[in-house]
Design a protein around this ligand. Structure first.
Ligand code: ATP
Length: 313
């Protein structure tokens, strides 16, 4: 195992009765990497994260976490923290009491200052003495993250940590994850939010019906390698349409532009054809006011790689 890997999974399989949740899944996550898991509902993300946390064991395959093989006992490997299906909290205790209780439960007798620090880091200082019962989903997610931080994990595993977060909460959580990664902690998180994954992750694994359909750096999903749909707004929609129709490699996608916005044209193209179109527009004296992908490269790859598999079901 690469000494910089915090997770090395080879051919991991897991079934629930007739349902194959994971089908020979490989996953490699380096120290200091934030790795995103993405896939349609039921793709196997939570199942995989659960194996990393010791909540279940694989039927077959090899799984090394933090350099040691994961055995068949249902315990989180030392140095691993996180949660799936929301953090386990005591509703009748305050945020601060929850952290003290969880720290004691895990054998981490913690100073009050450490608890104050993690509460501040996730932005819950103001509600530290409120009962968790009244917490929103986003506040519970942040408290769960604070609990994980107390254990100073070398691998953090989070199932949809952005669920329910408002913009301030998201900023706190992104800040915490970025800091941990910079200090060498490996982070694996699942999300349905492509913008979050693009903001945070250097690598992603796309799962569809239990299989890995892509794993690698986000840069490999860059528009250079696949056609994307682009919104194009210019000073002269008529000339733009004619120029686009006459540019090789450009396909106009009819009906894709917002109905209320007649100035927008949606075209499908690879980057070189798009460059050609823009040069042609400039030569014709047409001003470019907006040019952006309709969906991000990650979302486009997600749709392209997972939709056929979904249809096969
Ligand atoms: N405890 C279980 N018992 C039976 N089937 C299960 C169990 N856990 C997961 N499954 C099934 O395994 C498959 C993968 O589920 P999983 O929860 O891992 O997907 P997911 O990618 O996390 O989905 P979502 O995005 O909806 O959270 C699904 O078909 C699910 O119904």
């Amino acid at each position: 195992m690469d000494s910089f890997s915090v997770i090395r999974a080879r051919a991991i399989a897991k079934s629930f009765g007739d349902v194959i949740a994971l089908d020979r899944v490989d996953l490699e996550v380096a120290r200091g990497q934030i790795h995103g898991l993405v896939g349609p509902n039921g793709a196997g993300k939570t199942t995989l994260l659960g194996l990393l946390l010791g909540l279940a064991v694989a039927d077959s395959g090899e799984l090394d976490v933090l350099g040691a093989p994961v055995g068949r006992s249902l315990t989180a490997p030392e140095g691993v923290a996180g949660f799936v299906d929301g953090p386990g909290l005591y509703p009748s205790l305050t945020a601060r009491q929850n952290l003290a209780a969880l720290a004691a439960l895990h054998g981490h007798g913690k100073r009050a200052a450490a608890i104050d620090d993690v509460l501040a880091e996730v932005g819950l200082t103001d509600v530290a003495d409120d009962r968790a019962r009244g917490f929103s989903l986003g506040m519970r997610q942040r408290l769960g993250l604070a609990a994980a931080l107390l254990t100073k994990p070398r691998l953090l595993v989070l199932d949809e940590p952005s669920n329910g977060l408002d913009p301030a909460g998201k900023k706190h959580v992104h800040g915490v994850l970025t800091r941990l990664a910079a200090e060498g902690t490996g982070v694996v998180l699942s999300s349905h939010r492509m913008d979050d994954l693009e903001a945070l992750c250097s690598e992603v694994t796309i799962l569809a019906t239990g299989r890995v359909v892509f794993s690698g750096p986000l840069s490999q999903l860059a528009p250079e390698s696949r056609e994307l749909d682009y919104r194009l707004r210019t000073s002269d929609p008529g000339t733009t349409r004619t120029t686009a129709a006459g540019t090789r490699g450009i396909r106009i996608i009819e009906g894709a532009a917002p109905r209320h916005d007649a100035d927008v044209l949606v075209v499908r193209a690879l980057v070189p054809a798009l460059d050609e179109l823009v040069s042609g527009l400039v030569r014709s004296g047409v001003a470019l006011r907006e040019l952006a992908p309709v969906v991000s490269p990650l979302e486009a790859a997600f749709l392209a790689l997972t939709e056929p598999q979904e249809a096969d079901r």
